[in-house]
Design a binder for this molecule. Sequence first.
Ligand code: SAM
Length: 281
Amino acid sequence: MTEHPTFGDFVLGFEGLAIVRSWGLHPEVVRARAESIAEVVARRGERPWSVPLDERERDMRAGYREWAGGYDRPDNPIVMAEEPVVREMLDACPAGAVLDAACGTGRWARYLAARGHSVRGIDATPEMLVEARRKVPEGRFEEGDLTDLPLAAESVELAVCTLALTHVPELAPAVQELARVVRPGGRVVISDVHPFMAMLGNHARYPRGQGEFGFVRNHVQQLSEYLAAFRAAGLAVLQCREPLWGKAELATLGFADERPGLLEAAVQGLPVVVVWELEKG
Ligand SMILES: C[S@@+](CC[C@H](N)C(=O)[O-])C[C@H]1O[C@@H](n2cnc3c(N)ncnc32)[C@H](O)[C@@H]1O
């Protein structure tokens, strides 16, 4: 018997969620999932159900240091759901001075530079910045923290902060900083893992080897907390979008074929990310 939870345990978690979501409305789904649970439990000593999953929490910098080289994979469901919505918001902004705060490997910095913006990128993890500098040679990247941005007040037309605020324990100081560096009338675009996902135990998880994963903790930031932080920072909400898990995102989860119908019942239709378009007053 392994000390680690197994792939079977992981799948059973989704089975339980599928039952809770189907209760009352879809008794046939409840029965099918209960039968599936019985089968997985009966075969839990066999592969693939017996395969141990070694999950290690890393602090933010250590996690992204490990993840930096493999971060830019095309099959990240969070990124897949987020990109079309953020792109739409960025496309509406005329070229100008832009901050990509917590820019990571420069996913959005590259997009913005290609659209004629003058891009500065800030991130706390040097290894992520190495990737960003390689990808966006025309950008200016430096180490810095979301709660203490190394930029003058009102120095950019647009500040972008994607998939990072969930790692700060308190939203308000980071939102204040984003608002401070934007000129009046300028925009702030924020995306993050949806709080509903964070409440369900989703963290920023990356593969470290066969059956080994690292993760950086996602803090739950409720939509009401965002709204309070925006109000305090003088940011008006222009748009709030909540794209949902669809078939394309589910297909990336790797075990979609193991239990037919499971991910559709457990996950499809839940919000993946929240995306905000804000204007500084
Ligand atoms: C999931 S990655 C997102 C990177 C990029 N914005 C994107 O959307 O692809 C999270 C990034 O946030 C950075 N980060 C987390 N907390 C930070 C903080 N307090 N200050 C600066 N960077 C931070 C990490 O180093 C990492 O590069």
